[in-house]
Design a protein around this ligand. Sequence first.
Ligand code: FPP
Length: 243
Amino acid sequence: MVPEKFEGINMPRHIGIIMDGNGRWASKRGLERSEGHKAGAEVFRRICDYGAEIGIECMTFYAFSTENWRRPPKEVAAIMKLFRSFLKEAEEREKENERKGLRFHLIGEKRGLPADIVKSIETLEEESADKKIMRVNLAINYGGRDEILHSVKELAARVKRGELSPGDITEDDISANLFTAGQPDPDLIIRPSGEYRLSNFMIWQAAYSEFWFSDILWPDFTTDDLDRAILDYAARNRRFGAV
Ligand code: FPP
């Protein structure tokens, strides 16, 4: 049910979030960067649950990019550990997930990810496939250019098999072969931490997205901040190229 504060407004169907600022949050406190990611993972859980409560259809969380492998091995290992503990917890709390109605989906390359993480994500995808309240895309080992390349390769293979003629390729064909196939494009993309860029996040799908930037570091991001972003979004006039 849509809460009273959002009644009558134009709610975004799909919100994408670039969870940035964990490292700076930790440094400011004299903590290891991994502590920032840990705090960020807690905020991810809270915002994810809240999105479902207020009636968002789909949320995509940018958790690990194809470029993040360049970080120190210790930091990469700490982030992988957070994924493992979230996935284990999701397995153990099936009943709770049932009530929350979250359907999980990995967007990103499975190749390159630790095999146990891929297996746990696949299990979570299968077990949550019938959940209807909100779809949660976990962007892990994700890169927007990589995703487009993946789609183009699929289409090239269909051309080679004689199933598709190059002149007939449409934008919908490209969309249909992205990790987000069948989902609405993000209406709103949120990036905290004072950075003003997409960093290879949903670059195809974001063609007409509205952006909401803020200086808040991700571990400090609250449900009130999400409310603010949604209300700002609702007040905007989306023209999709028309007048
Ligand atoms: C960017 O902040 C953050 C990441 C690369 C990792 C994000 C991962 C999480 C929040 C954990 C998610 C967990 C689950 C279970 C999905 P940064 O390190 O670039 O911050 P900085 O710019 O301040 O250094």
